[in-house]
Design a protein around this ligand. Structure first.
Ligand SMILES: NC(=O)c1ccc[n+]([C@@H]2O[C@H](COP(=O)([O-])OP(=O)(O)OC[C@H]3O[C@@H](n4cnc5c(N)ncnc54)[C@H](OP(=O)(O)O)[C@@H]3O)[C@@H](O)[C@H]2O)c1
Length: 256
């Protein structure tokens, strides 16, 4: 690392966002980078959009804004290698870690009787095991900054979403993990959740998404920027912990 970069990084808040190559994670990375954070943009496969995201942020802000890390979070070896890479980065060695955002996800619909046990396990790995491991491994760096963890969950809690039990149950696990850790890691580290409602449709669900919007009191989808703002707020609010912030246009107060 050259000395100019070293000087830039001094006193900069550092965040790791999983699944930040595009969509909501990318919007969150952009918002944090534009607010002065240094962001580890984690991707599994979206290297090209992540490079563009970082390049554009660096042009806008005229500084080094982050770094890309790549791992399939369901693969123990890749998960461990990513942890080592982030821990050994000069920015983290200098400043610790102020934010950890568990955003990576895989959302697909399939009938319960047709969903393989392997798919179910992989979602548990992605939504629960990886956040558990990452939070545990980065605890010293988070404690060093009185940092903050955000789990990105959803609005399915207590509902029965057709063909999505594998997805909703693993998100429920993430939510409970975050709330439990909010107590356990207090007062050193804040832990919260953001629960997006209907924000950005997956490719397979455009018809379903339109039906969902009929139930949303505000009658429209949210924007990726709404989620980014909520995550940033929780990362930077020193007296907020153990909260689930629903960003869903009021959907969670309606029936399933
Ligand atoms: N979109 C919505 O309206 C909505 C609604 C409710 C909740 N949410 C939650 O909000 C978060 C962001 O939503 P989104 O729609 O932007 O997410 P997304 O596009 O479905 O997924 C985000 C990223 O997760 C990464 N990912 C998937 N499998 C992975 C694996 N095995 N290892 C590592 N990374 C993996 C992918 O990275 P690569 O592209 O690099 O492969 C992907 O870009 C998610 O947690 C989602 O559950 C979203």
């Amino acid at each position: 690392m050259n000395w100019v970069l070293a000087m830039n990084i001094m006193n900069t808040k550092i965040a790791l966002i999983t699944g930040a190559g595009h969509r909501l994670g990318a919007a969150t990375a952009n918002r944090l980078m534009d607010s002065g954070w240094f962001v580890f943009v984690h991707v599994r496969s979206s290297m090209k959009p992540a490079r563009e995201l970082l390049e554009q942020a660096e042009v806008r802000n005229n500084r080094k804004c982050g770094s890309i890390v790549q791992a399939d979070l369901t693969d123990d070896g890749q998960l461990k290698a990513m942890v080592e890479e982030v821990k050994n980065h000069p920015a983290v060695k200098a400043n610790g870690l102020s934010g950890l955002v568990h955003n990576a996800s895989f959302y697909s619909q399939s009938k319960f009787e047709e969903t393989s046990f392997e798919s179910f396990r992989n979602l548990n790995r992605l939504h629960m095991e990886a956040p558990y491991f990452l939070t545990q491994q980065f605890l010293p760096e988070l404690r060093a900054t009185q940092g903050s963890v955000v789990g990105v969950v959803d609005t399915s809690w207590g509902k029965a979403w057709e063909g999505l039990s594998h997805y909703t149950s693993s998100k429920a696990g993430l939510r409970q993990l975050m709330l439990n850790l909010a107590g356990e890691l207090s007062p050193d580290v804040n832990v919260n959740c953001v629960a997006p409602g209907a924000i950005m449709a997956a490719e397979w669900e455009s018809e379903h998404f339109t039906k969902v919007l009929e139930k949303v009191p505000m009658g429209r989808s949210g924007q990726a920027s709404d989620i980014a703002a909520a995550v940033q707020h929780l990362l930077e609010a020193p007296h907020l912990s153990g909260q689930v912030l629903h960003v869903d246009g009021g959907w969670s107060i309606e029936d399933a």
